[in-house]
Design a protein. Structure first.
Length: 246
């Protein structure tokens, strides 16, 4: 039979390993290209989608970002916010099925936006804002495939879709479309005026809030696990003392 101290050491090692695993998983997840917010109302109007692009390389800079918008369920009225150092290129595609709106019939929509000229250094990220006039109202999700090109020529393809609830290695950004607009779900954000710039302090605050919330959540799990291990060790020490001959 193994000594009680051996059990305690094993429990602490397992708990620490689990904590490291959680931290690694959080780091890997945050390195994905994502769209914010991750949900909107079906048919929402006059809102903004932010594509957050982190640089997960240690020795290369991101030099080009491409985002592909779906055309089967098109996003209408797309506008790109001016971005310091980045030159956007917008590609339009003729729709297979024109979309009827209050302003008339829409026959083409934006299918791709690419940003070049700027760089994202290792350990940094960039937010790319895209305003829209209206989202589709008859689908539950929009998938935005993306390509990220680095200064060494490597291209990361964020194009994979989740299968059976499992997140792939290079997932495409996905926007969930929930309740119909007007039902109190996914209200649209204010569209920035062309030529205006998003407040840097607001962007940093939002990022800090996200990072703080993630860190607190992970810290809570780690502390909770270590607390359980400590409690178990105390119980076993008490039992050992009770059976020790005087």
């Amino acid at each position: 039979m193994l000594p009680i101290r051996t059990y305690v050491r094993r429990g602490v090692v397992v708990t620490a390993a689990a904590a490291v695993g959680l931290l690694a998983a959080a780091g890997a997840s945050s390195a994905h290209v994502r769209v914010h917010p991750d949900s909107y109302a079906r048919g929402a109007a006059d809102g903004v989608l932010t594509f957050r692009v982190p640089n997960e390389m240690d020795d290369a800079r991101t030099t080009k970002v491409q985002v592909f918008l779906p055309t089967d369920d098109p996003v209408l009225g797309v506008l790109v916010r001016p971005q310091d150092g980045w030159a956007p290129t917008v590609t339009h595609t003729k729709l297979k099925t024109p979309v009827k709106t209050d302003d008339g019939v829409i026959t083409d929509a934006v299918s791709e936006i690419s940003w070049t000229g700027g760089t994202i250094g290792p350990g940094r990220y960039e937010d790319f804002d895209v305003a829209f006039g209206r989202l589709p109202d008859h689908t539950g999700r929009l998938t935005f495939k993306a390509l990220q090109t680095y200064s060494d020529g490597m291209i990361t393809r964020w194009i994979e879709e989740a299968q059976s609830g499992q997140e792939p290695e290079n997932p495409a950004p996905v926007l969930r479309l929930t309740a119909t607009a007007g039902e109190g779900q996914g209200s649209a954000r204010t569209v920035p005026v062309a030529g205006s710039k998003t407040s840097g302090s607001a962007k940093q605050t939002a990022s800090a809030d996200d990072s703080t919330a993630r860190a607190l959540g992970i810290s809570g799990l780690v502390v909770g696990g270590l607390g359980l291990a400590a409690a178990a060790a105390a119980v076993m020490r008490a039992r050992a003392a009770a059976v020790r001959p005087e």
